[in-house]
Design a binder for this molecule. Structure first.
Ligand SMILES: [Zn+2]
Ligand SMILES: [Zn+2]
Length: 381
């Protein structure tokens, strides 16, 4: 077999594989170097084409010099690890490839790519958001999952991580389009329903009341829509995509059918818009909900204490994903578990974990595109 073909075969096997990374032989460190080199290369491209590859809401606030230092550190780290491994003959094909990507990123300008004036308002992919959120979330949550796991021994590259990374990529790269569609739908559905005196009253609440109230309103909207996704068969076929995950971790929560994600965002933000909450409260809520959604799926055990009755924890949401019969259609809340207590859908089993996750009686296909199409296929009897 010619060397290029062999390299392509090895990469295909690497990218389709799963399980713990074999220790020693420079494999685990090679995978890390490869991932870091790939992200660094994407960052260099984003510096070259900021108008097409960065998110306007983020790039206005960037500490650019600091980001350049991060990029340099990533290049040095990935470059030195892969070079040492490759020189010592430790999984040479992998480490030499990682080093080649570092060389390419440096040849394209590395951390020194100048950024001049550029047009605003161009269509864009959120490459910057993808790179930064993937790095940040992986760093925080992989560390938490290793330090204090709910299920010890679950590997980072667990079964079907590729599907969920695909969702993560689409959700981040298409951030602009999703925002545009969500805003248009919120205004189309809820634009008529504004009552200025009520909005004025909400906006004049003190901050420490307004934010929790916003979260409560959002979770109430989410709770009832979520129950509908489970109750109505045609809706369940769409929501089942989110429930098709059989290994839960920080990345798993990204898996959600686009219609599910859009409808939930429109319903929640619609209520928030009608009640006229302040801009700062909405912005803060979006940060909180993004973090809480990732945490709820993470394989993390934290010492919640009595807070577990007030805030949704990973244990609580893991039971929502259980396919154990006693836990089906339970724990719909995203922030406040007392909503499930109030409406009679709470399931708690202190000290226990679900026997299995996933959709009862059905196995969904793998991959983003196949899962997007799956709800519209004729159900198998
Ligand atoms: Zn659900
Ligand atoms: Zn979930």
């Amino acid at each position: 077999m010619d060397p290029l073909r062999r390299l392509a075969d090895r990469f295909a096997r690497l990218l389709s594989g799963s399980g713990p990374l074999a220790a020693g032989r420079g494999f685990a460190s090679g995978v890390l170097a490869l991932a870091l080199a790939g992200l660094a290369l994407l960052a260099v491209l984003a510096f070259h084409f900021p108008e097409y590859l960065t998110t306007p809401e983020l790039r206005r606030r960037y500490p650019v010099e600091l980001l350049r230092q991060f990029l340099l550190a990533a290049l040095v780290l990935a470059g030195s690890v892969s070079l040492v491994n490759a020189t010592l003959g430790r999984t040479r094909w992998l480490n030499a490839s990682a080093f080649a990507i570092v060389v390419l990123a440096v040849a394209l300008g590395g951390h020194r790519v100048p950024v001049g004036d550029f047009a605003d308002g161009t269509p864009y992919l959120g490459v910057d958001w993808f790179v930064l959120d993937l790095l940040g979330s992986a760093l925080v949550f992989v560390l938490l999952e290793k330090l204090s796991p709910l299920r010890p021994g679950q590997p980072v590259f667990r079964a079907d991580w590729q599907t969920d990374l695909g969702y993560f990529a689409v959700n981040h790269l298409a951030v602009g389009l999703l925002l545009l569609v969500t805003n248009a739908l919120v205004h189309a559905f809820f634009g008529w329903a504004s009552y200025p005196p009520l909005q004025q009253a909400v906006r004049s609440l003190p901050g420490w009341v307004e934010l929790p109230l916003l979260m409560l309103v959002a979770d109430l909207a989410q709770y009832w829509l979520h129950r509908a996704w489970h109750r109505v068969p045609a809706l369940w076929r769409i929501h089942a995509v989110h429930h098709s995950i059989d290994t839960l971790d920080w990345l798993a929560g990204s898996r959600m059918h686009l219609l599910d994600m859009l409808a939930t965002r429109v319903a929640v933000l619609g209520m928030v818009f009608v009640l006229g909450f302040s801009r700062w409260a909405i912005d803060l809520y979006i940060v909180i909900v993004a973090f809480h959604a990732v945490l709820n799926h993470a394989n993390v055990r934290l010492p919640w204490g009595p807070l577990r009755h007030v805030l949704v924890t990973p244990e609580f949401h893991h039971w929502h994903h259980a396919s154990d019969r006693q836990a089906l259609d339970r724990n719909f809340a995203a922030h406040f578990p007392f909503l499930d207590r109030l409406f009679g859908t709470l399931h708690r089993a202190p000290g226990e974990l679900p026997a299995r996750y996933g959709v009862l009686g059905e196995t969904l296909p793998r991959g983003f595109l196949r899962q997007q199409w799956h709800p519209f296929r004729r159900p198998t009897p």
